[in-house]
Write a protein of this length. Structure first.
Length: 328
């Protein structure tokens, strides 16, 4: 059975990503402490980049060197976002032995600490995004949506029970979250509503340039191909590349420069697709392990993370592995 297909059969989204780790082969690139799998990458600038993963792994890139940070957590961290270098959030599970209870960490520029959620029975959290330090949203299993106002976390009324894996917005009145069975929900600043995606694919990543230019990626199990959806402000439409890939993350700088990352369903090697404004095409990266997250500070400074602590960087010409603790 294909690795991508097997992963999609896992019921819990937190367990889904955990299962994906088991799909990975060996890969070349940076290795985190104990070679943790890295799920997401995000930064405020090219010299302030964070990558998070299993076992409480958090790595930081200062523009020269990747270094491990002390997170104080053993949980699996699936999402990272911040409003500034001194206000960064990482979400996932509370500890390594409990994939069903959510946990949130906060970085104040000096150290990471666990946040008090103050809500009972919060399941595993998978994505986080905000528009400011006082407007932050986290999403996760069972359609969970949490809101942080700068002082405390509270639950938001969700319109789905499907797991939600990622969240992104152009503003706090224009927020998209994606998840299982083609689920896409939208927040207009007042309430959440379900959008018609026209797909039953499992969606793992969402990102956009504007309210009328949004991408969602995942895997279409029925067709055994990648799932790439685009929103034009009025409706979602399919724009698959036709690759037999499970796509986990998406990011770009312009309509003619969008990246989607994941892994090949047959070989579990890393996959990077690039959209040039007209078509999606594969990019040669040399990655031999599944890829999960992508983010960049500029078109010529893009980071990708994946299984086995893999970190790749594109400088505008080629993708190269980055080594932990070594200047690059």
């Amino acid at each position: 059975m294909k690795c991508g297909t097997w992963v999609l059969l896992v019921l819990s989204a937190a367990a889904l990503l955990a299962a994906a780790v088991g799909c990975g082969g060996s890969g070349s690139g940076a290795k985190g402490p104990a070679a943790e799998t890295l799920f997401r990458v995000w930064g405020t600038a090219g010299s302030d980049v964070f990558a998070v993963g299993n076992g409480g792994a958090i790595l930081h890139y200062d523009g020269s060197v990747w270094s491990p940070m002390t997170s104080g957590s053993t949980g699996w961290l699936y999402g990272v976002w911040g409003s500034s270098p001194t206000d960064v959030y990482a979400v996932g599970t509370a500890d390594a032995n409990n994939n069903t209870t959510g946990g949130i960490l906060h970085y104040d520029g000096s150290e990471w600490s666990a946040m008090t959620i103050g809500i009972t029975n919060v399941p595993g959290l998978l994505g986080v995004w905000g528009s400011s330090a006082t407007d932050v949203i986290a999403v996760g299993d069972s359609g969970t949506i949490l809101y942080y106002n700068g002082s405390l976390w509270s639950g938001m009324t969700s319109v789905t029970t499907w797991w939600l894996t990622a969240v992104w917005g152009s503003s706090f009145a224009d927020v998209f979250a994606v998840g299982g069975s083609g689920t896409i929900v939208y927040y207009n600043g007042t309430s959440w509503a379900a959008l018609t995606s026209g797909s039953t694919a499992s969606l793992y990543g969402v990102w956009g340039l504007s309210p009328s230019d949004v991408y969602a990626v995942g895997y279409d199990d029925a067709a055994s191909v990648d799932a790439i959806l685009h929103y034009n402000g009025a409706a979602w439409s399919a724009m698959s590349s036709g690759a037999a890939a499970t796509l986990q993350g998406v990011w770009g700088t312009a309509d003619a420069n969008v990246y989607a990352v994941g892994w090949d369903g047959d070989t579990t090697t890393g996959v990077i697709l690039h959209y040039n404004g007209a078509a999606w095409s594969p990019v040669t990266s040399g990655a031999r392990s599944p890829l999960f997250g992508v983010w960049g500070s500029l078109a010529g400074n893009v980071f990708v993370v994946g299984a086995g602590g893999l970190i790749l960087r594109a400088n505008g010409a080629a993708w190269t592995p980055m080594a932990l603790g070594n200047p690059t």
